[in-house]
Design a protein around this ligand. Structure first.
Ligand SMILES: [Cu+2]
Length: 341
């Protein structure tokens, strides 16, 4: 069992500096602690103050004792906390002194289960905190990349700017306050995690829905070796801008090609964003979200154009018809049609 003498006093608002001076009350209490450490039965001494910035300051001085005899003996012999306070009467609010002798109902030693809990806590926290930070970082990287890939360039730019402003605001908020309660930090963390996770799940679901709509497996746009000989000698040149295809001055163009002939279109990325060109299969559906050259559906080579890159796309359709193509990175806005005649 532990016995505690709790002394409460109020320091006058104008005297808080006085209390902190080298010869002041707080220094005297520190000195007293070294004295108490020689005292039989002494366990601990704690000095706490209220955190109000203005007005009188409440000071609480606790001395902890292993048994009540030690506490009683301490109280009857000077120096003790009371005698020290008496020497600093001038800084103390009149009649603010209270002395309470208390006994601890529960202590770490009194509850063996607590020791185990404490050990778990000591072991778990150093592990959990870095793991939590790591998990959060991974969520940021994964979630944001999914979200950015799903939205258009302009939205992604706006989103990134918004997130940066949000981080700045939270940092400013925390930095500008003397202390931020734990629940506020926890709320910020929970909110950020929820937004990220929600956004990532939304992006993934959007993606899957896109795939579900395009679930019909694409038939081969059969490479027709017999007709591979010449193609279009003049060369079809298509420019990729942000975010559109341009062919002979037309954006979102319709490009006429001959049925049964292998056609090559030369591609240049004249924009700043990444692009590619992906032509639907013979069912006029996109079987994959992001095509790879060499796969069934005609895909540009390289399959990802950085700004300034050049490349080409080669394909042939045996039957006449109109087949849509798109940029997989901007599928909503960056499209066109291949008209097979
Ligand atoms: Cu694009």
């Amino acid at each position: 069992m532990e016995y505690i003498q709790t002394v409460l006093i109020q320091i006058r608002a104008t005297m808080t500096d006085e209390a902190s001076r080298p010869q002041g009350l707080l220094a005297a209490l520190d000195e007293h602690r070294s004295f108490l450490e020689q005292h039989p039965g002494f366990q601990d001494m704690r000095v706490t103050r209220s955190i109000n910035a203005e007005g009188n300051v409440l000071l609480v001085i606790e001395t902890h004792w292993s048994d009540d005899h030690s506490l009683v003996e301490y109280e009857t012999r000077e120096p003790n906390v009371m005698s020290i306070i008496n020497r600093h009467q001038e800084i103390i609010v009149a009649d603010s002194l209270q002395v309470l002798d208390m006994e601890a109902l529960r202590t770490a030693a009194g509850r063996p289960a607590d020791a185990a809990a404490e050990a778990t806590e000591r072991l778990a926290l150093p592990l959990l905190i870095p793991l939590g930070i790591l998990a959060f970082s991974l969520l940021v990287i994964y979630g944001l990349s999914r979200i950015y890939l799903e939205v258009s360039n302009e939205v992604a730019t706006g989103l990134a700017a918004g997130i940066a402003l949000g981080i700045l605001f939270v940092a400013w908020y925390i930095a500008s306050r003397p202390s931020v309660p734990g629940w506020q930090i926890a709320s910020i963390a929970v909110l950020a995690t929820a937004l990220l996770a929600g956004g990532a799940i939304f992006a993934v679901v959007e993606d899957d829905e896109g795939e579900a709509l395009e679930e019909t497996p694409a038939a081969t746009a059969s490479p027709d070796d017999g007709a591979a000989a010449d193609g279009a000698p003049g060369g079809l040149a298509v420019s990729m801008g942000d975010n559109f295809f341009e062919f002979e001055g037309e954006t979102g163009p319709t490009i006429a090609v001959a049925a049964g002939e292998e056609t090559t279109i030369d591609l240049t990325n004249d924009g700043l964003a990444i692009h590619n060109m992906h032509i639907a299969g013979t069912d006029n559906e996109f079987g994959v979200n992001i095509c790879k050259s060499g796969e069934e559906e005609p895909c540009s080579d390289p399959d990802l154009f950085q700004s300034g890159d050049t490349g080409s796309i080669t394909f042939s359709f045996d039957e006449p018809g109109a087949f849509i193509f798109r940029c997989d990175f901007h599928p909503a806005e960056m499209t066109g049609t291949i008209e097979v005649q």
